[in-house]
Design a protein around this ligand. Structure first.
Ligand SMILES: O=C(O)CCC(=O)C(=O)O
Length: 273
C-alpha cells in the first residue's frame, strides 16, 4: 500500500512525509481547540484530557495534551484517516495498535525536546525495531505527526536521517542544534503528515517563530510487540469513541487480524488514496 518511493524514502531516511492529507476544515478545528486548551490548566479542560506527566501549568512551555480523541470527532477522523492508515498498515504488517495521541503545542521559545533514540547495533528490542527486505518495510513502533501549522524553518522536528539503521551509539557531540546534513528539519506545511519509526534519532528544536507550532502526534505499534503493555481504550470513556477506534487501540496476537484492518484493506483496494 505504500508506494515504492515512500518505501525507499522510509528505508533510507527513517521517515516519510505525506503531503496535504488532512482537510482544511479539520485542520482549523484541531488548531482552534489546541490553542484554546493551551491557555487553560488541566482542571479546566474537558475530561479525560490531561497534560503528559502532569506538570505545573505554564503556557510558555511545550504542552502535550493527551487523550484528545475522546473529546472531539475531528481527532477520531484524523486517527482513522485512510492515507495515514495506508502507511501504518504497511509498516506494521497489518497489525496496528494505537497507543496514545497527544496534541502538542510549542509556543515561542518553548525550549528543546532533546534528541532521543537511534539504533546502536547489538540485540534489537522487538518493541522498537526496524527491518526491510527490498519489498517490505517493517517497524514495530511508529510516530505519526499531523502538522496543524506550517513548520518551514530549521526549528521544530529534527532527525538524524538513517539513524534507525546505525550500528554505533550517536556521539555526544551530535546535539539537537547540529546543522544539516547530520540533523535535518523536514519542511512541513499544515496538513502534511510526517511518519517516522521511533527508532530514528529525533527531537524538537526550540521554536523561535512568533506563532505557536501545533502537532497531533499519535503513536502506533504492532499489536503483538508493544512498547507499552496493557493499553487500550480508557474503560470510563470508551463509549465516546467509534468502535473502529476502540478496536484499533486493543492489543492482538500475531495470528489474528483486526476487523478494522480487513475493512480498511478492502476499502483501500477498491478506492486507492
Ligand atoms: O516535533 C517535535 O518536537 C518532536 C516530538 C518528539 O520527539 C516525540 O514526540 O517523540
Amino acid at each position: 500500500m505504500m508506494t515504492d518511493y515512500e518505501k525507499w524514502h522510509f528505508d533510507l531516511m527513517g521517515y516519510v512525509v505525506l503531503p496535504q492529507v488532512i482537510p482544511a476544515v479539520d485542520l482549523e478545528r484541531m488548531r482552534d481547540l489546541g490553542l484554546a486548551w493551551a491557555q487553560k490548566p488541566d482542571e479546566e479542560l474537558p475530561p479525560p484530557l490531561a497534560t503528559y506527566n502532569n506538570p505545573v501549568f505554564d503556557p510558555t512551555k511545550i504542552r502535550p495534551i493527551n487523550f484528545v480523541e475522546y473529546v472531539d470527532p475531528v481527532f477520531q477522523r484524523t486517527l482513522l484517516n485512510k492515507d495515514i492508515m495506508r502507511v501504518v498498515l504497511t509498516l506494521t504488517n497489518n497489525s496496528p495498535q494505537v497507543l496514545l495521541s497527544s496534541l502538542q503545542i510549542y509556543p515561542t521559545n518553548s525550549g528543546v525536546g532533546g534528541l532521543h533514540n537511534g539504533s546502536e547495533g547489538g540485540i534489537h528490542n522487538p518493541a522498537n525495531y526496524y527491518q526491510a527486505d527490498g519489498e517490505r518495510v517493517f517497524a514495530t513502533f511508529l510516530n505519526v505527526g499531523v502538522c496543524l501549522s506550517d513548520c518551514l524553518t530549521d526549528d521544530g522536528f529534527v532527525c538524524v536521517p538513517g539513524s534507525h539503521k546505525t550500528n554505533f551509539r550517536c556521539p555526544d557531540e551530535i546535539t539537537i542544534d547540529t546543522p544539516a546534513p547530520l540533523l535535518i528539519a523536514p519542511q512541513l506545511h499544515a496538513g502534511d503528515v510526517v511518519i517516522f519509526t521511533e527508532l530514528l534519532r529525533h527531537g524538537g528544536r526550540n521554536w523561535t517563530q512568533a506563532k505557536p507550532r501545533l502537532v497531533l502526534y499519535t503513536r502506533y505499534y504492532t499489536s503483538y510487540a508493544s512498547w507499552s503493555i496493557g493499553y487500550g481504550a480508557k474503560p470510563d470513556y470508551a463509549h465516546l469513541l467509534p468502535d473502529d477506534l476502540v478496536e484499533l487501540m486493543q492489543p492482538m496476537g500475531f495470528q489474528g487480524r483486526k476487523k478494522i484492518v480487513n475493512r480498511l484493506l478492502e476499502e483501500l483496494q477498491e478506492n486507492p488514496v
